[in-house]
Structures are given as C-alpha cells and as structure tokens.
Ligand binder design. Structure first.
Ligand code: ZN
Length: 153
C-alpha cells in the first residue's frame, strides 16, 4: 500500500497526491467528515465516525454511524453516506473522507464498506486522517479484487 502525504494536513495542498477537485480540497472533505461524526448515534461503542462523500458535480453527501442495541444492525458512516447518496439521486461518487475516534488516527473503512464503495466507484479516492498528514488511497488499493457480478477491467 502506498501512502501519499501532503505535509500539513490542514493546508488543503494536494501536491503530493492526485486530487483533481480544487474546489473541495481533501482537507475540507476531511473536516466535514470530522464534523458530522459528532452527530453519530454510537451509545454502545462511543466510537463516532463521520463520512463525507464527494460527487463528480462537487456536491457532498454526509453520513455517520448509527448503532443499534442489536449490534449487527449497526450501519457504518460510509454506508450511511452511500444510502444518502442514492436517496437523493446521485450515482457518481469520486472521493470519500472518513474520520472517527482520535483525530490523529486513521479510521479506514471496514471490509463491508470497502465492498459497498467498490460497487459505485473502485477508483474512488479515500481520504483518511493521520498524524500531521492526510492519507489518500483508492478503494481498489484498499480492496483489491473486490467481488463483482460483472467483469472488471
Ligand atoms: Zn464499515
């Protein structure tokens, strides 16, 4: 796995990784993910996660984790954002930022969420926090050979 760093994680400077959306810097997307994590419903784990999904047209869909007393019914922030995306008629996510737990620790999508993200765009950029930098990887890098009913290139 290759980590691409951008130095100051709050700078919004994308010179060290491919980020073709200058109107929404990776740091901005991450900030939105961090903010929406505060709305998470996580009374059991207390582990609040937020996700900010960037669409090709520049719009952003937010999601947070929603736990349940029947633990397996819990939905992650990433899948919550994907559900929101579908419900407002979008099908073209290009990037997702995920933030949860301690702000300096990466909160990568779980295996189930990686598969769900791959359904909509295996080349989607995934933005994660890390001490003093932002990590950007594609869904393909996080989940090589994801399951698909159709042949992938
Ligand atoms: Zn997940």
């Amino acid at each position: 796995m290759e980590e691409r760093s951008m130095g100051d994680r709050n700078s919004g400077d994308a010179k060290n990784f491919n980020w073709p959306w200058p109107d929404v810097p990776a740091a901005t997307l991450l900030k939105k993910a961090r903010a929406v994590a505060e709305r998470a419903y996580a009374p059991y784990s207390k582990f609040k996660v937020g996700a900010a999904l960037l669409m090709a047209d520049g719009s952003i869909v937010l999601g947070c984790n929603v736990e349940n007393s029947s633990y397996s019914m819990t939905i992650c922030a990433e899948r919550s954002a994907i559900a929101g995306m579908i419900s407002i008629g979008h099908l073209d996510p290009v990037a997702i930022a995920v933030a949860g737990g301690k702000s300096s620790t990466p909160c990568p999508p779980c295996g189930a969420c990686r598969q769900v993200l791959a359904e909509f765009n295996p080349d989607m950029q995934v933005v994660l926090e890390s001490p003093n930098r932002i990590i950007v990887m594609t869904v393909n890098e996080l989940l090589p050979l994801s399951f698909s009913l159709t042949e992938r290139k």
